[in-house]
Design a protein around this ligand. Sequence first.
Ligand code: MEV
Length: 768
Amino acid sequence: MSESPAPFISAPGKAFLIGEYGALHGFSALVTAIDVRAHAGHAKSPIRDESAVVRCVRDAVAEHLGLESRAALGPAPVVDTRRFSLGLRKLGLGSSAAVAACVAAYHLQRAKPELSLTGLRETALSIAFHGHRAAQGGRGSGADVVSSTLGGTIRFASIDAVTPVRHPKWLHIGFVDAGKPASTTSFVKAVEARRLEDRATIDRVIAHFGHCSDQFQAAFRPLAGDETAAGQYTAIDEAVSAHNSGLRRLQKLIDRPIMTDSIERIIAFAARFGLAAKPSGAGGGDLVVVFSPDRASLDQFAVELFRERRIPLLQNLAVAAPGLRVERRPPLSSRLSGFFKLDIAARRAAVSRVTALDAESFTSIDTGALGLESADNLIENVVGTHELPFAIATNFVINGRDFLVPMVVEEASVVAAASNAAKMIRAGGGFIAHADPPWMIAQIQLARRGDEGFPAREAAERIERERDALLDRADRAHPRLVARGGGSRGLEVRVLADDMLVVHAIVDCRDAMGANLINTIAEELAPHIESITGWTAGLRILSNLADRRCSHVIARVPPKALRSNLCSDSWSPEDVVDRVVAASRFAELDPYRAATHNKGIMNGVDAVILATGNDWRAIEAAAHAYAARSGRYAPLAVWRKADDGWLEGRMSMPTAVGMVGGATKVHPAARLALDLLDCRSAAELGEVIVAAGLASNLAALRALATEGIQRGHMSLHARSIAMGAGATGDELETLTAQLISSGEIKHDRAVALLRALRAGSGAINTPE
Ligand code: MEV
């Protein structure tokens, strides 16, 4: 077979919106592609999937190409499905269908490089469909394979009756993880078995799903004429509720837990916010899909769900994603082994090899790249610029996605420690993070002079009665923000004293940090609040205690991974877990320790904030105010031993950061940092920031609780002295070790040792 160079193919996951059980019996379902992607390609990748799906799809490709067996196709591609996982647990987003789609397309593309994307998708679809079905023992509707191949949102009745559907902009969709994996096949089998006993009853329930799905689909379209989202939403709500009743009936009939307690609780919780929710897929655990007629209600639901139940909305799951496609490069791997040993040019080359950045982009972090003129435009009275090292921390996996994390910091060992801890956390599936919606607080202070205006309580009530009008005014001050999906979200009045009130306007800033727009809103609202109350407005400014805009992160570390790189065997992996937990308790009990514990966290946080051109004073102010919110200064991150013996760390902190405006736009290094991270939103940037903070904390606690911090510092110091003396390649390791054991980590000593090394003696005690 003549072959073109092997391509990389990616395909999205899928989620059912409605009609899943009906689709197995010829009724139509609505399925949307989710932008978590499986990748298939030839390059080395950390996860190799040679599952039954890969084998069966390869058999189907071979048959399609008229080959004798799959062996004639050459080796199976490496398949990467990390993005379908939360930690080590796969979410029910149809990873096997995505694998089927991209493995079929991978081989097809190699055999027939002339195929257009449409041709590739069409041919891959029929091959993937048959291969996937064979792997599933002839079960399944194939809706998932179609969705992964074609992308977008589709109406699916059978493989021969697929219609693309436009996704209505007014309908907002979120997903919640109901906590445990579910086996679709076992539910489907149970329905089949019951149908053999009582066909009429099962068919009635299935037809009911078909009817609910039709009702839902009739409302799932752009608004026409004077239709409103709220009006249209009623039909969605009714269809979902009827679908859920059908699922409860089916559950009784097959005696299987389709609507588990946790699913029912999430559905009931959504109903409190007027939102419809249902299992996505067969039920039994896994995903719940939530529908909302507006962004604000979905966000409010997400905030309260996390506050009350500690269950996050999986906000990184974008719907109606593109179908399978050819990629220019494999998914980024942040596992750049030996990166620290390279020189700067080689590090730049390594990073541009694994990212979409060309080597030229790094000139924006060359000495003097900011330039005096730009500096002069940034602040006042400029007389020069001040440089700091710009580095990249490796090994970060956050929500199944790899990140190279840019860090700007002057302190040695911060970057190495974060990379090292990220590697340990990677062994446990990586960081699991989520962020609150980007809500900031505008504060308007009001003072009562003498008897003017209404008494405090009455004044507060009057403001609350005018809530909607005031929020309307806030939105009118920023129409572009509203158009981008942001805008006012709430109003609160706090009585601080008989003669002092403060009004909080809560505003969704989307991808901006928001300081300017929040301040404008505060200034806009102040005169109106004055006239409502008869009080006098004082300060009008954002609050840096951005506690409505926190990012939250969890890291789970297998004990074995904690032992790596420790210089002595004095501690078993279990000892290290216990010692880190004890170190955490120390910080929880003692504010003197908590301050240092949090300083270690801010080593990672501030380094990313600085690199991305964000306001590190704002982050610092927020972090420490948040750490003291209970009235006692506490650690931002805590560590516990989980039931399975793994070390588990959790951290939440305000992350008021932006990806647009301010220095993020002007500073060339900040642009590069943001390009490197390639975050899809400011919320995702917040997740990276807390992950960097938690990694720094783990590195510090592990070192402090075992061999002490100085040892690691000393070896890094020795390394940089060795490099300064001119050691390269293997010499570097040897000379570093020699310097440490000589007990004299100095430049002159390093030069002499290196000379001896090169002369072949390698003697440690070379006289100077
Ligand atoms: C040093 O920059 C940070 C540490 O003091 C943090 C800690 O003690 O947890 C090592």
